[in-house]
Write a protein that binds this ligand. Structure first.
Ligand code: GDP
Ligand code: IMO
Ligand code: MG
Length: 442
């Protein structure tokens, strides 16, 4: 199996980290290929909980090479913090971590820009980014003129580039500062935006030295690996509904977080990706702004949030919660070319008196089963639900599907039918052991 990828099919936090850690047993290479420190992937193992942001979730498995591909935007201090945190807990991080020399770097100005411009209401609703500088860094990458890649840190031209960018960004921030001033902002707000090129250069030279052992030409490393037939596991970040091109734009992240981004972000040719596992929760969550047709902004949503401990791994924000949306997941499963579903958090639903699944939408009086492409339409849809009586039996200790209450099995069958994919994995808790493989490949 040359290339298998794990893709979130909702708005992120589908428990990709748990799944990647678990599947890593069958791989020697794990690759993160898009997003950045906006991701927060939780891995629970040996009674310990690890929260990973930039480092692939294969890192806890000895003998595995963890690759951060060119499509990831890398914030050096965050990465070093993560390395130090893992080492402190006895996890080996050395030759098992490779960072692409082509990955773009998040600089202090990106974080400021995120606060200044990305954290603004769009059509009356906040995007609510993670404030990790993700959008601004990708914006500069695509714009090219003001971008710096990891490999650039090891070239003499880097100082001049930083100076030139700081000069430009300073002018930009000054203009923004005067604008906020005229809208009631203060001098202090303005002065926060001051950037010192010499200091930033020195700081990043320090990071460059610390990161040097990890920096590699991951593109050729992965091409060698695919040509020699080594199995590779690719770890998506965010979820397909946050995809910049195919998600709920503009309430999305700035990378291709659906299956379509795997090849571009990693450098692995599309034909080597042989299997796609789509990860979804048995319900839905979303952090930040944007339409969410099945949201339960009520007691049901609160109950799910408490039972599922639905608080952001990266920002700690309470996640918005709602019912499983089969219209949305069918769309993202098709878009990502999903072969099999991993349905997570089945234990959370087990305590509810009834459980609903959205099977279609109503838009301006018409029943539709396609996910609308425009955010205004999505805001207007009314979900059509099928209601299941709750099975109200703790399933967190179960290890085989045959042991599941019949209500839970009916729910799984219906979800699989609506999404149009077989369910391969069912998760009943955060631990590795709390996982049921419904269909193991021979
Ligand atoms: P990711 O970003 O997709 O890796 O997901 P997060 O780590 O942000 O959020 C998933 C959360 O659910 C983590 O706290 C996991 O430990 C936890 N988790 C994973 N699988 C299950 C499960 O089946 N049941 C429950 N109750 N929690 C789970
Ligand atoms: P993982 O990998 C959930 C959301 C933010 C915001 C929008 C844009 O843990 O599933 P950004 O900082 O990317 O510009 O924010 O995307 N978002 C996530 N939501 N899980 C994530 O990652 C997310 N990464 C970004 O909340 O709505
Ligand atoms: Mg997460």
């Amino acid at each position: 199996m040359p290339g298998t990828c794990v893709i979130g099919l909702q708005w992120g936090d589908e428990a990709k980290g748990k799944l990647v850690d678990l599947l890593t047993a069958d791989y020697k290479i794990v690759v993160r290929y898009q997003g950045g420190a906006n991701a927060g992937h939780t891995v629970v193992g040996g009674g310990q909980t690890y929260k990973l942001h930039l480092i692939p979730s294969g890192i806890l498995n000895p003998g595995v090479t963890n690759v951060v591909g060119p499509g990831v935007v890398l914030h050096p201090p965050k990465l070093l913090e993560e390395v130090a945190g893992l080492r402190q807990r006895g996890v080996e991080v050395g030759g098992n971590l490779l960072l692409s020399d082509r990955s773009h770097l998040v600089f202090p100005w990106h974080v400021l820009e995120d606060r200044l411009w990305n954290d603004q209401p769009i059509g009356g609703e906040m995007l609510g980014t993670t404030l990790r500088g993700i959008g601004p860094c990708y914006r500069d990458k695509v714009g090219r003129t003001y971008a710096i890649r990891l490999g650039d840190l090891y070239h003499d031209s880097c100082r001049e580039r930083i100076e030139r960018i700081v000069e430009f960004k300073t002018r930009l921030f000054a203009a923004a500062g005067s604008r906020t001033g005229s809208q009631g902002g203060t001098e202090t707000e303005g002065s926060e935006f001051q950037l010192d090129a010499a200091r930033i250069h020195e700081e990043f030279q320090g990071y460059a030295e610390q990161l040097r052992p990890f920096v590699a030409d991951t593109t050729n490393f992965l091409l060698d690996a695919v040509e020699s037939g080594q199995p590779i596991l690719l770890e998506g970040a965010q979820g397909a509904l946050l995809d910049i091109d195919h998600g709920t734009f503009p309430f999305v992240t700035s990378s291709n977080s659906s299956g379509v981004g795997v090849s571009a972000g990693s450098g692995i040719p599309p034909k080597w990706i042989r299997k796609v596992i789509g990860v979804a929760k048995a319900y839905s969550t979303r952090v930040g702004g944007g339409p969410f047709p099945t949201e339960q902004d009520n007691e049901v949503g609160q109950r799910i949030r408490e039972l599922g401990r639905e608080y952001g791994t990266t920002t700690g924000r309470p996640r918005r919660c709602g019912w499983f949306d089969a219209v949305a997941v069918r769309y993202t499963a098709r878009l990502s070319g999903v072969d099999g579903l991993a349905l997570m958090m089945m234990d959370v639903l087990s305590q509810l008196p009834e459980v609903k699944v959205c099977v279609a939408y109503e838009l301006r009086g018409q029943r539709i089963d396609r996910f609308p492409g425009h955010v205004d339409d999505l805001r207007q849809v009314r979900p059509v639900y099928e209601t299941f009586p709750g099975w109200q039996q703790d399933v967190s200790g179960l290890r085989r599907l045959e042991q599941f209450p019949s209500g839970a099995r009916r729910y799984l069958d219906r979800v699989s039918e609506l999404v149009g994919c077989p369910i391969e994995i069912v998760s009943v808790g955060p631990d590795r052991e709390q996982t049921i493989f419904a269909r193991r490949d021979p």
